[in-house]
Design a binder for this molecule. Structure first.
Ligand code: GDP
Ligand code: GDP
Length: 454
């Protein structure tokens, strides 16, 4: 009833309105076979099978939520690398470079039985330049005999090596303590969360025009700021003024430098895309309008949706689109992009500058939706009317009842339905459609979960 809902709103206003605390990120780097995956599993404290027996198989899951001593952080396993054309050393060094750009702290894992190889020395050279704290885990120290191997790792110049056995678990608690110690007070992400510029990821498969668009955006506007007075901005990001507002385009260093490696490129690119999406609040997903929509496009799109970020779809190279292509494109949109019907589309040309000015207002709309929270009272008023007119279908002779709903969080908006039975996927989709008809949420994914109360 109304009073109960009002009470919910109060509790949620107290709990739910606080800005989400940004989690610090720890990146784990090292040669293949030093035990990174085993250690990541150990640090996560679960037995999830991250370790793969097939060498060089790319792991699609790279980021995990970790918890130690009541503090949450994100663990990024940058493993799964094969030597590229320039060799293992170059490939691992590139991995370390990426880790420095995307993490708050880096953990270099070394096999203490083998000691520091040329590869570790190359990586250490990269990491010593890092402004981020670096820890060295001397792994495979399974017993007392192994301890003497540890000291030689001082030679890497990265401070005291910490002995661990990922296999047995010894030393992992001390290592986690040390990790929490070196994390900065305020993770890098805080910059945007405290009223600073909103964070945008410019993503899309290679050659869709990401760097061209970034150049256009930074070139057109007079005030391209790399440094806001008095603050240091991570140089991997670009501050761009659009429509009178400064935005932070995350991880644009890669776009500028056009990092290319001979093999493993796709994995590297997808890792990078994923990191950029994670670091952003909203993604501009670029699609080449002159070419048929591809699997690769859809994969990037899936990453954005799964990460729960706000989304703007920009069809680039619109200058190349003729009447025929436009018809095809409309069909593709109907067929392939139904699941992101809620995202606004802008048809731009990085070459001519067409409609580029529309991006900022579209980003604003998407972020507004992403931030929105519907009070429980309003949500339930809407829901009871809707359910009265369209009750959930009977299943196994029983009709599930929807007791109430609440928006448990924003960023992205997440609705929890409390029910007395299972709701079919079709009915859930119907609810989402109706929900959007009433509340909009243009540009933002909406998650609806069902909690059954028996
Ligand atoms: P990654 O390629 O760096 O991710 O390495 P993995 O985690 O796949 O481990 C490579 C091999 O080293 C596997 O056979 C692991 O079982 C083994 N290993 C990992 N950690 C330890 C450890 O602490 N002690 C011992 N003895 N073996 C380990
Ligand atoms: P990225 O790999 O996504 O960063 O793509 P680039 O910005 O390097 O662009 C790939 C190619 O597409 C280059 O040859 C660009 O000149 C071209 N390109 C980018 N945007 C446009 C556009 O709006 N129209 C046309 N005709 N070509 C474009």
């Amino acid at each position: 009833d109304e009073a109960e809902w009002a009470e919910f709103d109060e509790v949620e206003a107290a709990e739910g309105e606080a800005p989400p605390k940004p989690q610090p990120v720890l990146a784990v780097v090292g040669r293949p076979n030093v035990g990174k995956s085993t250690l990541v599993n150990r640090l996560l404290g679960r037995r999830e099978a991250v370790v793969q027996d097939v060498p060089g198989v790319t792991r699609d899951r790279v980021a995990y939520d970790a918890l130690w001593n009541g503090r949450r952080f994100t663990l990024v396993d940058t493993g799964g690398w094969e030597p590229d054309a320039k060799g293992l050393q170059a490939s691992v060094a590139a991995q370390a470079e990426l880790a420095m750009h995307t993490a708050d702290a880096v953990l270099l894992v070394v096999d203490a039985r083998v000691g520091a190889t040329e590869t570790e020395e190359a990586v250490a050279r990269v990491l010593r330049r890092s402004k981020r704290p670096v820890l060295v885990a001397a792994n495979k120290v399974d017993d007392q005999r192994g301890v003497s191997d540890v000291h030689s790792l001082w030679s890497l110049g990265l401070g005291e090596p910490m002995p661990v056995s990922a296999l047995h678990g010894s030393g992992s608690g001390d290592l986690l303590d040390a990790v929490l110690d070196v994390f900065p007070e305020t993770p890098r992400e805080i910059f945007g969360a405290t009223g600073g510029p909103r964070r945008v990821a410019l993503v899309g498969k290679p050659n869709v025009g990401k760097s061209s668009l970034l150049n256009k955006l930074t070139g057109e506007e007079r005030s391209v700021v790399h440094d806001v007075a008095g603050t240091t901005v991570d140089p991997v990001d670009s501050l761009v003024e659009l429509d009178g507002e400064v935005w932070r385009f995350v991880d644009t260093a890669g776009l500028r430098k056009r990092v290319k490696t001979a093999s493993g490129t796709e994995y590297y690119a997808s890792l990078r895309t994923k990191a950029a999406i994670e670091a952003a609040e909203v993604a501009i997903m670029l699609i080449d309008a002159s070419e048929p929509l591809s699997e690769q496009d859809l994969r990037v799109l899936t990453m954005v949706v799964e990460a729960g970020r706000a989304l703007v779809i920009a069809y680039n190279k619109w200058d190349l689109v003729d009447e025929d292509r436009r018809h095809q494109l409309e069909k593709e949109i109907d067929r392939e992009l139904v699941r992101v019907r809620w995202a606004e589309r802008v048809n731009v040309s990085a070459r001519t500058g067409r409609a580029v000015a529309k991006l900022a207002p579209t980003l604003r709309t998407a972020l507004e939706s992403w931030d929105t929270r519907i009070p429980t009272g309003r949500l339930n008023g809407w829901l009871s009317d809707l359910v009265a007119a369209n009750p959930p279908p009977v299943r196994g002779g029983r009709q599930p009842k929807i007791l109430f709903a609440t928006q448990a969080q924003s960023r992205p908006p997440t609705i929890v339905l409390f029910t007395t039975g299972f709701l079919e996927a079709g009915y859930r989709r119907f609810l989402e459609r109706k929900f959007r008809e009433t509340f909009g949420f243009v540009g933002s994914p909406v998650r609806i979960s069902v909690r059954v109360r028996e």
